[in-house]
Ligand binder design. Sequence first.
Ligand code: ADP
Ligand code: MG
Length: 139
Amino acid sequence: MAGNITYTMLKPDAVSANHTGAIIKMIEEAGFRIVAMKMTKMSAETAGKFYEVHKERPFYKDLCAYMSSGHIVPMILEKANAVEDFRTLIGATNPANAAEGTIRKIFAKSIEANAIHGSDSDENALIEGNFFFASVDKF
Ligand code: ADP
Ligand code: MG
């Protein structure tokens, strides 16, 4: 059965453009409850650990530099069928392919600076949530 937790973070392009409030409003209006949240920054080394699964991809180094270039807003969100419903809300990785009305369609600047992260599985939601917040299962 699908879990009820997902992990997200607003990326540096969205935070620096002052879209934090507008994006959080869309998340809440879509029925997600924020159960953990902070404003923080990653070092390139920390970003490298977070995106370790992509370390063989050609964009990995640029991605780590970009993700450590400014503030991010990590959050844990609760909703039935959270992972899948949140991926639908944010839209495709490349904003050029994202559906109308999705967060990436509205706010992303490029395939790299695409405004927001969303976990791709229940397992990764827990791993990623625990990366930024201690003991996700207490939520
Ligand atoms: P998603 O965030 O939609 O799950 P991926 O897990 O495939 O996408 O990639 C992680 C992040 O790496 C993306 O959100 C985006 O910031 C960046 N990225 C993915 N593909 C590319 C690419 N072809 N060129 C540059 N950056 C990319
Ligand atoms: Mg992904």
